[in-house]
Design a protein around this ligand. Structure first.
Ligand SMILES: Cc1cc2nc3c(=O)[nH]c(=O)nc-3n(C[C@H](O)[C@H](O)[C@H](O)COP(=O)(O)OP(=O)(O)OC[C@H]3O[C@@H](n4cnc5c(N)ncnc54)[C@H](O)[C@@H]3O)c2cc1C
Length: 386
């Protein structure tokens, strides 16, 4: 089998690896470098946790925990720091039910006093409680991408093709058209084009997708606090109405601070400069939540983007043609942690070895039907590949 994978983000690279391990010839095509620093996946870290209050994703996350351990051993590098995850539930938020807790291995409840005793550098809201997960933690995103690209480059039958922009796909012929006027042909095609999927899908098919822009603060923790911060679990919720969250500074990475209120829908991908008001709002928020936090900790404030289904806020998988072309048309805000599951499922579809391994993620297990020919608008097609 010859498989063409468009996109060198986490979904494309892990899908390519799965296909190659299954014996296929694989070409990975990207408009930028492989990996591309502009991809949504390309960041210092991403979070893996099992507890998703109100969402049935625990089983998928527990499976993802095991799959990431496999990826880590294949890469031969420490890319998954199992510092655990602490979900703080604010005073108004419902208690995690016994049924939910039972699903998450080794999870324990903490009351406000216990949170502060174990994590004296945190100032959780009055009356909050928390769930501490033993598993889960921080995925070192950029190292995962670089390591996987390196692994692929050394595998027989794999071609990495950076700097080639795809302008169209004709599923019936397994044809992938490039901006330089050439084309690639495979037995199956997987498009994992992240933000740029909208160009290929065209305006009328992207009404259901929303582009989000999120501000994050990357911070350096003072040397006397570094030890305690490196042992801190990842905190997907600090229990505030603003939806504040943080990622600890493991393995030389910065402490990352952000909040749901720093995420807003936008029309276009433009610059990545964090607006002053977003930065100031996050500083005020975290000054109340972390002992000793000051604006001087900030190394840089930056914005990044992701594309999600407007209703579910999750990913979208589309089938083009008769089971030989697939588009991961939007990633949602949590596809990194599930990437090994999604990649295995996509690889199986592309290889024709089944309907895709069930991931427990509805959008991936039940793809939507899309047109079997995609073509970027002419203004994007003219000119040569970047
Ligand atoms: C601030 C922020 C925090 C997040 N936190 C988490 C988290 O904690 N946990 C989690 O699981 N997820 C998180 N996410 C979401 C996660 O990062 C994404 O879901 C995931 O990285 C998407 O990967 P992807 O491979 O689908 O897309 P991308 O990483 O965007 O890759 C797409 C690739 O396709 C290439 N491409 C696009 N168009 C073309 C074309 N026409 N021709 C050739 N190449 C093309 C691009 O150059 C790019 O390399 C977060 C996202 C953001 C923005």
């Amino acid at each position: 089998m010859r498989i063409i994978v468009v996109g060198g983000g986490v979904i494309g690279l892990l899908t390519a690896l799965e296909c190659s391990l299954a014996g296929a010839e694989v070409s990975v095509v990207d408009r930028g470098e492989i990996p591309n620093p502009e991809a949504t996946s390309y960041d210092r870290h991403r979070v893996l946790r099992a507890l998703h209050p109100g969402a049935p994703e625990a089983a998928a996350a527990i499976e993802a925990h095991h799959r990431w351990a496999e990826v880590e051993s294949r890469l031969g590098a420490d890319v998954y720091h199992r510092v655990g995850a602490l979900t703080v539930l604010g005073p108004g938020e419902p208690e995690a039910s016994a049924a939910v807790l039972a699903e998450v291995p080794g999870a324990v409840r903490l009351d406000e006093r216990q949170i502060v005793e174990r994590f004296p550098h945190l100032r959780p809201p009055r009356g909050s409680r928390a769930v501490l997960e033993r598993n889960g933690g921080v995925l070192l995103a950029d190292r995962i991408l670089t390591g996987t690209a390196g692994l692929l480059a050394g595998r027989p039958g794999v071609r990495l093709l950076p700097g080639r922009r795809v302008t169209g796909v004709e599923a019936p012929f397994g044809l992938v058209r490039l901006a330089d006027g050439t084309a690639l042909r495979g037995d199956a095609v997987v498009l994992a084009a992240g933000l740029w999927s909208r160009e290929l899908l065209g305006a009328d098919r992207t009404d259901d997708l929303t582009l989000y822009r999120q501000t994050q603060l990357m911070c350096t923790v003072p040397p006397d606090l570094r030890g305690v911060w490196e042992r801190t679990p990842t905190i997907p919720s600090l229990g505030t109405p603003e939806g504040s969250w943080l990622v600890p500074p493991v393995a030389g990475t910065p402490l990352k601070l952000s909040a749901a209120v720093a995420c807003r829908p936008v029309e276009e991908v433009t610059d990545r400069t964090a607006p002053d008001e977003q930065r100031a709002r996050l500083v005020r928020l975290f000054a109340a939540l972390l002992h000793g936090f000051r604006a001087e900790w900030i190394e840089r404030a930056e914005d990044s983007y992701y594309l999600a289904d407007s209703t579910t806020h999750g990913p979208v998988l589309g089938q083009l043609g008769e089971e030989n072309a697939w588009i991961y048309a939007a990633c949602g805000g949590s596809s990194f942690k599930f990437a090994p599951l999604i990649a295995r499922s996509l690889a199986r579809r592309a290889l024709g070895t089944g309907p895709g391994v069930p991931t427990g993620l509805a959008a991936v297990d039940r793809p939507v039907r899309m047109p079997d020919r995609l073509r970027a608008p002419d203004h994007l097609i003219s000119g040569v590949a970047p």
